[in-house]
Design a binder for this molecule. Structure first.
Ligand code: GLU
Length: 394
Protein backbone atom coordinates (compact mmCIF):
# COMPACT_ATOMS: atom_id res chain seq x y z
CA UNK A 1 0.00 0.00 0.00
CA UNK A 2 1.25 3.42 -0.84
CA UNK A 3 1.36 5.63 2.23
CA UNK A 4 2.77 8.61 0.41
CA UNK A 5 0.58 11.65 -0.11
CA UNK A 6 -1.04 12.36 -3.47
CA UNK A 7 0.83 15.64 -3.27
CA UNK A 8 4.23 13.98 -3.52
CA UNK A 9 3.02 11.21 -5.79
CA UNK A 10 1.79 13.72 -8.33
CA UNK A 11 5.00 15.73 -8.20
CA UNK A 12 7.47 15.02 -11.01
CA UNK A 13 11.12 14.66 -10.05
CA UNK A 14 13.33 17.56 -11.04
CA UNK A 15 14.70 16.50 -14.43
CA UNK A 16 17.80 18.66 -14.10
CA UNK A 17 18.73 17.07 -10.81
CA UNK A 18 17.67 13.59 -11.97
CA UNK A 19 19.95 13.76 -15.02
CA UNK A 20 22.82 14.97 -12.85
CA UNK A 21 22.19 12.05 -10.47
CA UNK A 22 22.13 9.56 -13.37
CA UNK A 23 25.43 10.94 -14.67
CA UNK A 24 26.91 10.62 -11.18
CA UNK A 25 25.65 7.03 -10.92
CA UNK A 26 27.25 6.05 -14.25
CA UNK A 27 30.49 7.73 -13.18
CA UNK A 28 30.46 5.66 -10.00
CA UNK A 29 30.30 2.59 -12.23
CA UNK A 30 33.50 3.74 -13.87
CA UNK A 31 31.90 5.21 -17.01
CA UNK A 32 33.42 8.46 -18.18
CA UNK A 33 30.31 10.64 -18.42
CA UNK A 34 30.54 14.29 -19.39
CA UNK A 35 27.93 16.18 -17.39
CA UNK A 36 26.34 18.99 -19.35
CA UNK A 37 22.99 18.62 -17.64
CA UNK A 38 23.25 20.75 -14.54
CA UNK A 39 23.32 24.52 -14.72
CA UNK A 40 26.24 25.11 -12.46
CA UNK A 41 29.30 27.31 -13.04
CA UNK A 42 32.50 25.26 -13.04
CA UNK A 43 34.37 28.10 -11.31
CA UNK A 44 35.26 28.28 -7.65
CA UNK A 45 33.54 30.89 -5.52
CA UNK A 46 35.75 34.04 -5.70
CA UNK A 47 38.29 34.38 -2.87
CA UNK A 48 36.88 37.63 -1.49
CA UNK A 49 33.52 35.92 -0.91
CA UNK A 50 35.15 32.91 0.75
CA UNK A 51 37.10 35.27 3.00
CA UNK A 52 33.89 36.94 4.13
CA UNK A 53 32.45 33.53 5.01
CA UNK A 54 35.56 32.54 6.97
CA UNK A 55 35.38 35.83 8.83
CA UNK A 56 31.71 35.18 9.65
CA UNK A 57 32.64 31.81 11.14
CA UNK A 58 35.36 33.46 13.23
CA UNK A 59 32.94 36.16 14.31
CA UNK A 60 30.61 33.46 15.61
CA UNK A 61 27.76 33.80 13.21
CA UNK A 62 26.21 30.62 14.50
CA UNK A 63 22.76 31.60 15.72
CA UNK A 64 19.46 31.84 13.89
CA UNK A 65 19.30 34.91 11.69
CA UNK A 66 16.02 36.82 11.32
CA UNK A 67 13.71 34.65 9.20
CA UNK A 68 13.81 37.09 6.26
CA UNK A 69 17.59 37.64 6.49
CA UNK A 70 20.06 39.91 8.27
CA UNK A 71 19.25 43.59 7.99
CA UNK A 72 22.78 44.26 6.64
CA UNK A 73 22.18 41.79 3.85
CA UNK A 74 18.73 43.16 3.06
CA UNK A 75 20.27 46.63 2.83
CA UNK A 76 22.97 45.32 0.50
CA UNK A 77 20.25 43.74 -1.64
CA UNK A 78 18.36 47.05 -1.79
CA UNK A 79 21.54 48.80 -2.95
CA UNK A 80 22.12 46.09 -5.55
CA UNK A 81 18.55 46.45 -6.85
CA UNK A 82 19.07 50.22 -7.07
CA UNK A 83 22.52 50.00 -8.68
CA UNK A 84 21.84 47.25 -11.23
CA UNK A 85 18.12 47.44 -11.85
CA UNK A 86 16.94 50.93 -10.98
CA UNK A 87 14.53 49.42 -8.45
CA UNK A 88 13.68 51.17 -5.18
CA UNK A 89 13.06 48.48 -2.60
CA UNK A 90 13.31 49.01 1.16
CA UNK A 91 14.51 46.23 3.50
CA UNK A 92 10.92 45.44 4.52
CA UNK A 93 10.32 44.37 0.91
CA UNK A 94 13.18 41.87 0.85
CA UNK A 95 13.13 38.21 1.89
CA UNK A 96 16.32 36.13 1.79
CA UNK A 97 15.81 32.41 1.24
CA UNK A 98 17.63 29.12 0.82
CA UNK A 99 18.15 29.58 -2.91
CA UNK A 100 16.01 31.27 -5.55
CA UNK A 101 14.08 28.02 -5.77
CA UNK A 102 12.77 28.53 -2.26
CA UNK A 103 12.02 32.16 -3.07
CA UNK A 104 9.84 31.00 -5.97
CA UNK A 105 8.18 28.34 -3.82
CA UNK A 106 7.40 30.92 -1.13
CA UNK A 107 5.78 33.24 -3.66
CA UNK A 108 3.66 30.46 -5.16
CA UNK A 109 2.59 29.18 -1.76
CA UNK A 110 1.49 32.61 -0.55
CA UNK A 111 -0.24 33.78 -3.74
CA UNK A 112 -1.87 30.75 -5.30
CA UNK A 113 -5.15 29.10 -4.41
CA UNK A 114 -6.33 25.72 -5.72
CA UNK A 115 -7.52 26.12 -9.29
CA UNK A 116 -5.65 29.36 -9.97
CA UNK A 117 -3.87 29.46 -13.29
CA UNK A 118 -0.19 30.23 -13.68
CA UNK A 119 1.04 31.31 -17.10
CA UNK A 120 4.38 29.85 -18.11
CA UNK A 121 5.94 31.16 -21.29
CA UNK A 122 7.78 28.10 -22.59
CA UNK A 123 10.47 27.06 -22.43
CA UNK A 124 10.23 27.68 -18.70
CA UNK A 125 12.53 26.54 -15.93
CA UNK A 126 11.73 22.99 -14.93
CA UNK A 127 10.57 23.65 -11.36
CA UNK A 128 8.05 26.42 -12.08
CA UNK A 129 5.31 24.02 -13.08
CA UNK A 130 6.13 21.55 -10.31
CA UNK A 131 6.01 24.29 -7.66
CA UNK A 132 2.72 25.59 -9.10
CA UNK A 133 1.37 22.04 -8.85
CA UNK A 134 2.45 21.86 -5.20
CA UNK A 135 0.45 25.03 -4.64
CA UNK A 136 -2.52 23.23 -6.28
CA UNK A 137 -2.56 25.68 -9.16
CA UNK A 138 -2.71 24.82 -12.82
CA UNK A 139 0.16 25.58 -15.20
CA UNK A 140 -0.86 27.04 -18.53
CA UNK A 141 1.94 26.75 -21.04
CA UNK A 142 2.41 29.45 -23.67
CA UNK A 143 4.48 27.81 -26.38
CA UNK A 144 7.30 29.32 -28.40
CA UNK A 145 9.85 27.91 -30.80
CA UNK A 146 13.30 28.51 -32.13
CA UNK A 147 11.80 30.53 -35.03
CA UNK A 148 10.83 33.31 -32.59
CA UNK A 149 14.04 32.95 -30.56
CA UNK A 150 11.86 31.26 -27.91
CA UNK A 151 9.96 34.45 -27.11
CA UNK A 152 6.22 34.81 -26.73
CA UNK A 153 4.20 37.67 -28.22
CA UNK A 154 1.78 40.02 -26.44
CA UNK A 155 -1.05 38.41 -28.44
CA UNK A 156 -0.11 34.97 -27.15
CA UNK A 157 0.01 36.28 -23.60
CA UNK A 158 -3.38 37.91 -23.90
CA UNK A 159 -5.04 34.85 -25.39
CA UNK A 160 -3.77 32.67 -22.51
CA UNK A 161 -5.34 34.91 -19.86
CA UNK A 162 -8.60 33.78 -18.26
CA UNK A 163 -10.56 34.87 -15.20
CA UNK A 164 -8.52 32.29 -13.24
CA UNK A 165 -5.09 33.66 -14.16
CA UNK A 166 -3.27 34.70 -11.02
CA UNK A 167 0.42 34.68 -11.84
CA UNK A 168 2.74 34.83 -14.82
CA UNK A 169 6.35 33.75 -14.53
CA UNK A 170 8.93 35.49 -16.67
CA UNK A 171 12.55 34.43 -16.78
CA UNK A 172 15.13 36.49 -18.62
CA UNK A 173 17.90 35.58 -19.35
CA UNK A 174 16.02 32.36 -19.80
CA UNK A 175 16.87 28.90 -18.56
CA UNK A 176 16.91 26.77 -20.76
CA UNK A 177 17.00 28.81 -24.00
CA UNK A 178 19.38 31.65 -23.07
CA UNK A 179 16.88 34.09 -24.58
CA UNK A 180 16.91 37.64 -23.23
CA UNK A 181 13.81 39.82 -23.50
CA UNK A 182 14.56 43.42 -24.49
CA UNK A 183 13.04 46.39 -22.67
CA UNK A 184 10.65 46.99 -25.58
CA UNK A 185 9.52 43.39 -25.62
CA UNK A 186 8.86 43.42 -21.88
CA UNK A 187 7.03 46.73 -22.14
CA UNK A 188 4.80 45.27 -24.85
CA UNK A 189 3.94 42.33 -22.59
CA UNK A 190 3.33 44.72 -19.69
CA UNK A 191 0.85 46.68 -21.85
CA UNK A 192 -1.30 43.54 -21.97
CA UNK A 193 -1.01 42.96 -18.23
CA UNK A 194 -2.01 46.56 -17.51
CA UNK A 195 -5.54 45.55 -18.53
CA UNK A 196 -5.64 42.76 -15.93
CA UNK A 197 -4.94 44.31 -12.51
CA UNK A 198 -5.40 41.03 -10.59
CA UNK A 199 -2.52 39.21 -12.26
CA UNK A 200 0.85 39.12 -10.50
CA UNK A 201 4.20 38.79 -12.17
CA UNK A 202 7.16 36.79 -10.95
CA UNK A 203 10.32 37.93 -12.71
CA UNK A 204 13.13 35.44 -12.25
CA UNK A 205 16.39 37.28 -12.93
CA UNK A 206 18.87 34.77 -11.54
CA UNK A 207 20.94 34.86 -14.79
CA UNK A 208 21.01 38.67 -14.88
CA UNK A 209 24.78 38.98 -14.97
CA UNK A 210 25.37 36.10 -17.37
CA UNK A 211 24.50 38.31 -20.29
CA UNK A 212 26.32 38.78 -23.59
CA UNK A 213 25.24 42.21 -24.68
CA UNK A 214 21.47 42.77 -24.57
CA UNK A 215 20.96 45.16 -21.62
CA UNK A 216 19.24 43.41 -18.75
CA UNK A 217 15.80 44.82 -18.02
CA UNK A 218 13.87 44.22 -14.80
CA UNK A 219 10.13 43.80 -15.24
CA UNK A 220 9.45 45.59 -11.94
CA UNK A 221 11.07 48.75 -13.33
CA UNK A 222 7.96 49.27 -15.46
CA UNK A 223 6.14 51.73 -13.19
CA UNK A 224 2.68 50.26 -13.83
CA UNK A 225 3.97 46.79 -12.89
CA UNK A 226 6.08 47.52 -9.80
CA UNK A 227 3.27 47.06 -7.28
CA UNK A 228 2.43 43.56 -8.53
CA UNK A 229 5.82 42.21 -9.56
CA UNK A 230 8.05 39.99 -7.46
CA UNK A 231 11.68 40.14 -8.52
CA UNK A 232 13.61 36.93 -7.81
CA UNK A 233 17.38 36.82 -7.82
CA UNK A 234 20.26 35.13 -6.01
CA UNK A 235 24.01 34.65 -5.99
CA UNK A 236 24.28 31.06 -7.25
CA UNK A 237 24.95 31.64 -10.94
CA UNK A 238 26.79 34.95 -11.16
CA UNK A 239 29.08 34.35 -8.20
CA UNK A 240 29.60 30.59 -8.60
CA UNK A 241 27.79 29.97 -5.31
CA UNK A 242 25.23 27.29 -6.21
CA UNK A 243 25.88 25.25 -3.08
CA UNK A 244 25.73 28.22 -0.72
CA UNK A 245 21.98 28.36 -1.33
CA UNK A 246 21.10 32.03 -1.15
CA UNK A 247 18.23 33.53 -3.13
CA UNK A 248 16.10 36.57 -2.46
CA UNK A 249 13.05 38.52 -3.55
CA UNK A 250 12.14 42.16 -3.80
CA UNK A 251 8.37 42.41 -3.61
CA UNK A 252 5.41 44.50 -2.48
CA UNK A 253 5.68 44.59 1.30
CA UNK A 254 2.54 42.54 1.93
CA UNK A 255 3.89 39.72 -0.25
CA UNK A 256 7.31 39.90 1.45
CA UNK A 257 5.56 39.66 4.83
CA UNK A 258 3.60 36.61 3.73
CA UNK A 259 6.77 34.92 2.41
CA UNK A 260 8.46 35.66 5.73
CA UNK A 261 5.58 33.95 7.53
CA UNK A 262 5.71 30.94 5.18
CA UNK A 263 9.45 30.57 5.55
CA UNK A 264 9.19 30.93 9.32
CA UNK A 265 7.22 27.69 9.38
CA UNK A 266 9.33 25.78 6.92
CA UNK A 267 13.04 26.62 7.05
CA UNK A 268 13.54 29.66 9.30
CA UNK A 269 16.27 31.95 7.97
CA UNK A 270 18.83 31.00 5.35
CA UNK A 271 22.29 29.82 6.39
CA UNK A 272 23.92 32.64 8.37
CA UNK A 273 27.49 32.16 7.05
CA UNK A 274 26.24 32.15 3.46
CA UNK A 275 24.26 35.31 4.15
CA UNK A 276 27.42 37.11 5.33
CA UNK A 277 29.29 35.89 2.24
CA UNK A 278 26.44 37.19 0.09
CA UNK A 279 26.92 40.71 1.48
CA UNK A 280 30.50 40.64 0.19
CA UNK A 281 29.32 39.32 -3.19
CA UNK A 282 26.64 41.95 -3.68
CA UNK A 283 28.70 44.89 -2.45
CA UNK A 284 31.51 44.13 -4.91
CA UNK A 285 31.46 45.87 -8.28
CA UNK A 286 30.02 43.64 -10.97
CA UNK A 287 33.34 43.93 -12.82
CA UNK A 288 34.79 41.50 -10.27
CA UNK A 289 32.90 38.59 -11.81
CA UNK A 290 33.27 39.64 -15.44
CA UNK A 291 36.06 37.09 -16.01
CA UNK A 292 33.53 34.28 -15.62
CA UNK A 293 31.05 35.88 -18.01
CA UNK A 294 33.85 36.44 -20.55
CA UNK A 295 34.78 32.80 -20.31
CA UNK A 296 31.15 31.69 -20.75
CA UNK A 297 30.93 33.95 -23.79
CA UNK A 298 33.90 32.18 -25.41
CA UNK A 299 32.43 28.78 -24.69
CA UNK A 300 29.09 29.89 -26.09
CA UNK A 301 30.68 30.74 -29.42
CA UNK A 302 32.54 27.48 -29.44
CA UNK A 303 29.62 25.22 -28.60
CA UNK A 304 27.33 26.95 -31.10
CA UNK A 305 29.87 26.50 -33.85
CA UNK A 306 30.56 22.86 -33.01
CA UNK A 307 26.93 21.83 -32.54
CA UNK A 308 25.74 23.67 -35.64
CA UNK A 309 28.01 21.42 -37.69
CA UNK A 310 26.03 18.34 -36.61
CA UNK A 311 23.26 17.51 -39.08
CA UNK A 312 19.81 17.92 -37.50
CA UNK A 313 20.90 20.39 -34.84
CA UNK A 314 19.31 23.84 -35.20
CA UNK A 315 20.51 26.51 -32.81
CA UNK A 316 19.52 30.02 -31.84
CA UNK A 317 22.13 32.44 -30.60
CA UNK A 318 21.44 32.73 -26.87
CA UNK A 319 22.09 36.16 -25.41
CA UNK A 320 22.41 35.07 -21.80
CA UNK A 321 22.68 32.23 -19.23
CA UNK A 322 24.96 29.28 -20.04
CA UNK A 323 22.77 26.93 -21.99
CA UNK A 324 22.12 26.13 -25.59
CA UNK A 325 18.75 24.68 -26.49
CA UNK A 326 19.10 23.07 -29.91
CA UNK A 327 16.05 21.93 -31.80
CA UNK A 328 16.67 18.24 -32.51
CA UNK A 329 13.23 17.39 -33.92
CA UNK A 330 15.00 16.02 -37.01
CA UNK A 331 15.85 12.91 -34.97
CA UNK A 332 12.37 12.35 -33.53
CA UNK A 333 10.73 9.32 -35.13
CA UNK A 334 14.07 7.90 -36.27
CA UNK A 335 15.82 4.76 -35.07
CA UNK A 336 19.41 5.30 -33.94
CA UNK A 337 21.65 2.32 -33.20
CA UNK A 338 18.54 0.19 -32.67
CA UNK A 339 16.86 2.67 -30.35
CA UNK A 340 13.66 4.37 -31.43
CA UNK A 341 13.67 8.07 -30.66
CA UNK A 342 10.05 9.00 -29.95
CA UNK A 343 10.71 12.29 -28.23
CA UNK A 344 13.37 14.61 -26.85
CA UNK A 345 13.63 12.55 -23.65
CA UNK A 346 14.55 9.45 -25.67
CA UNK A 347 17.14 11.51 -27.52
CA UNK A 348 18.64 12.88 -24.33
CA UNK A 349 18.73 9.38 -22.83
CA UNK A 350 20.30 8.05 -26.03
CA UNK A 351 23.08 10.64 -25.72
CA UNK A 352 23.67 9.63 -22.12
CA UNK A 353 23.71 5.90 -22.77
CA UNK A 354 25.57 5.83 -26.09
CA UNK A 355 27.73 8.98 -26.09
CA UNK A 356 28.02 9.27 -22.31
CA UNK A 357 27.02 12.91 -22.43
CA UNK A 358 24.40 14.12 -19.95
CA UNK A 359 21.93 16.72 -21.24
CA UNK A 360 18.32 17.48 -20.25
CA UNK A 361 15.26 16.84 -22.40
CA UNK A 362 13.35 19.93 -23.51
CA UNK A 363 10.17 18.25 -22.30
CA UNK A 364 11.21 19.13 -18.76
CA UNK A 365 11.00 22.77 -19.85
CA UNK A 366 7.77 22.54 -21.82
CA UNK A 367 9.34 22.11 -25.26
CA UNK A 368 9.39 18.69 -26.86
CA UNK A 369 11.63 19.49 -29.83
CA UNK A 370 14.75 20.55 -28.00
CA UNK A 371 17.37 19.43 -25.51
CA UNK A 372 19.26 21.62 -23.06
CA UNK A 373 23.03 21.53 -23.01
CA UNK A 374 24.91 23.49 -20.37
CA UNK A 375 28.22 25.00 -21.39
CA UNK A 376 29.21 25.81 -17.84
CA UNK A 377 31.90 23.17 -18.32
CA UNK A 378 35.53 23.30 -19.41
CA UNK A 379 36.46 23.89 -23.04
CA UNK A 380 37.96 20.40 -23.21
CA UNK A 381 34.82 18.79 -21.85
CA UNK A 382 32.62 20.71 -24.28
CA UNK A 383 34.85 19.78 -27.22
CA UNK A 384 34.92 16.12 -26.24
CA UNK A 385 31.16 16.02 -25.56
CA UNK A 386 30.30 17.44 -28.96
CA UNK A 387 32.77 15.08 -30.63
CA UNK A 388 31.05 12.13 -28.98
CA UNK A 389 27.60 13.38 -29.96
CA UNK A 390 28.66 13.97 -33.55
CA UNK A 391 30.26 10.57 -33.82
CA UNK A 392 27.29 8.64 -32.38
CA UNK A 393 24.90 10.43 -34.75
CA UNK A 394 27.00 9.88 -37.86
N1 GLU B 1 18.95 25.79 -11.95
C1 GLU B 1 19.89 24.78 -12.30
C2 GLU B 1 19.47 24.06 -13.54
O1 GLU B 1 18.46 24.40 -14.13
C3 GLU B 1 20.15 23.87 -11.14
C4 GLU B 1 19.34 22.65 -11.00
C5 GLU B 1 18.05 22.85 -10.30
O2 GLU B 1 18.01 23.48 -9.27
O3 GLU B 1 17.07 22.34 -10.83
O4 GLU B 1 20.15 23.17 -13.97
Amino acid sequence: MDYLSTRINSLPVSETLAMAAKARELRNQGIDVIGLSLGEPDFNTPEFIKEAAIQAVKDNYNSYSPVDGYLDLKEAICLKFKRDNGLNYTPSQIVVSTGAKQSIANVCMVLLNPGDEVLLPAPYWVSYSAIATLAEAKSIIIPSSIETDFKITPEQLESAITSKTKLVMFNSPNNPSGTVYTEDEYRALAKVLEKYPDIFILSDEIYEHINYGVPHFSFASITEMTHRTITVNGVAKAFAMTGWRIGYIGAPEWIAKACNKMQGQITSGANCIAQMATIAALEAPVSKIQYMVDEFAKRREMIIELLSAIPGFILNHPKGAFYVFPDISFYIGKTLHGKTISNASDFSMFLLEKAHVATVSGEAFGNENCIRISYAASVDEIREAVKRIASILK
